[in-house]
Design a protein around this ligand. Structure first.
Ligand code: ATP
Ligand code: MG
Length: 429
């Protein structure tokens, strides 16, 4: 196929074989968020470029090299959203729903776009479920976000495979003091730093801590630690968070090098990481951003949030064999009809069954080849039972009822009794 008729590199189709697992994952998260009282918000996937520059920060990987930016027909510079927080903050400000200290607990799901090098777990269009909470400043809400994800890992069977890393970046004042100390330290070792770190030292020195270069990492062992520069308020906040995690028994490690790639974080930052996905090990990441709303023109409004990468979590469920068995079965009942009159009867019979069993997954296959080929399809569908409706059955106003999975003989069931019979053999979701 010519290249222009193929999907764009790093932007994937999610095929029917994969969508059940996506829906299972998204459904599990949505139900959990409902239980905790979070409400969904839906933002556009395109925003003014300026929004992302202002909120994410000019000197970040995302803004410097990963955004899909273009001019629209009016000459406005627009960008496909690389993350959700900026647009969510824009939306709450625009609609005034955080004004007067109103608490908002929001979540969203959808595609994000970053021009990165595609590889396993890293794509150019990927999907996130994100949460943002506004106007709650205590560590209890940071803890709630983490507790909620911990419950999610429990429901998905992933607890043993993830690890929580935590750090505190302090307030912007204490981070400023730390930044100075770090720059002093880095300047004293500048000739031994890798090129990227030399550049970052001038533009965004905290990001040097994030380096993957082993030699730079070795030098950083003696670098000043943020923990020694934390202001009292941030220290107490961090202690409060840790105490709550201890109280519910969630294990964590403090990672002083965890700085996150975006400029807007303050105080708590955290990541859930796994060693089951190779290099793309972060499955959920977030933190507090108490200064962001003000920086974007609103009143001072504390905020905290996180986003998880759906592709990476789906990959993890597959890699760890945590895909629920029942997802392989998309259909409960498969109705095969043969002959014109029988096909007509199959249509009205199946509609009668649907009236009575609205949650039954009933697939009708009429006019689709020989008995043998229809049976093959019925079997492949994963259905538990096949219904057979041919001329003989039509004459007697019955259907053949044939178990496709376990043992059991084929029986004849009268049309009038069919829905009641199906209700006893299929557990409906
Ligand atoms: P990474 O360090 O892996 O680049 P990040 O810090 O850039 O991640 P965030 O902006 O915090 O990622 O996004 C939150 C989550 O979204 C990540 O933890 C990851 O699970 C997912 N994610 C981020 N970028 C991608 C991508 N290009 N492809 C797939 N998932 C991604
Ligand atoms: Mg990234």
């Amino acid at each position: 196929m010519s290249k222009s008729l193929q999907a764009i590199r790093g932007m994937n189709d999610i095929l029917p074989e994969q969508t059940p697992l996506w829906r299972y994952f998204e459904g599990t998260v949505a139900r959990l968020l409902d239980n905790y009282g979070y409400r969904q918000i839906r933002m556009p996937i395109v925003e003014f470029t300026e929004l992302f520059k202002r909120s994410i920060g000019e000197v970040t990987d995302i803004v410097e090299k990963e955004m899909y930016t273009f001019d629209d027909r009016n000459g406005d510079s627009l960008t496909l959203r690389p993350e959700g927080t900026a647009a969510c903050v824009r939306a709450v400000l625009e609609h005034g729903i955080t004004g007067g200290g109103q608490v908002q607990k929001l979540w969203y799901v959808g595609p994000m776009f970053r021009h990165e090098r595609p590889q396993k777990g890293r794509y150019r269009q990927f999907h996130q479920i994100g949460l943002e909470v506004f106007n709650l400043e205590g560590p209890d809400i940071d803890a709630e976000l983490i507790v909620m994800t911990w419950r999610l890992w429990g429901e998905l069977g992933l607890r043993d495979a993830v690890k929580l890393e935590l750090n505190s970046l302090g307030t912007s004042e204490s981070r400023g003091r730390y930044r100075e100390a770090l720059v002093d330290f880095l300047s004293a070792h500048v000739d031994k730093l890798d090129e990227d770190s030399q550049r970052r030292m001038k533009t965004n020195p905290l990001r040097v801590l994030d380096t993957k270069n082993p030699e730079t990492q070795a030098i950083l062992v003696d670098a000043p630690k943020m923990a020694d520069y934390l202001d009292d308020e941030s220290r107490a906040h961090f202690e409060g968070l840790k105490a709550r995690l201890d109280a519910v028994g969630i294990p964590y490690v403090i990672n002083p090098k965890l700085v996150r790639g975006l400029d807007y974080y303050s105080k708590t930052v955290f990541e859930w990481v796994t060693d089951k996905l190779g290099a793309q090990g972060t499955v959920c990441a977030g933190g507090r951003y108490d200064g962001l709303v003000e920086q974007m023109g609103g009143k001072p409004t504390p905020g905290v949030g996180f986003a998880m990468g759906i592709e990476r979590l789906v990959l993890m469920l597959e890699a760890l064999d945590k895909v629920p068995e029942e997802l392989s079965r998309q259909v409960d009942i498969y109705l095969c009809a043969f002959g014109e009159a029988a096909e007509l009867a199959a249509l009205s019979l199946s509609e009668r069954v649907r009236d009575q069993l609205p949650n039954l997954r009933l697939q009708v296959n009429a006019g689709a080849g020989s008995f043998k080929s229809q049976f093959k399809k019925a079997d492949k569908s994963g259905a538990l039972y096949a219904l057979i409706l041919g001329d003989d059955e039509l004459a007697q106003q019955v259907v053949g009822f044939k178990p496709l999975r376990g043992q059991g003989e084929q029986q004849s069931i009268a049309w009038d009794a069919l829905a009641a019979h199906l209700a006893t053999c299929v557990v409906q979701g």
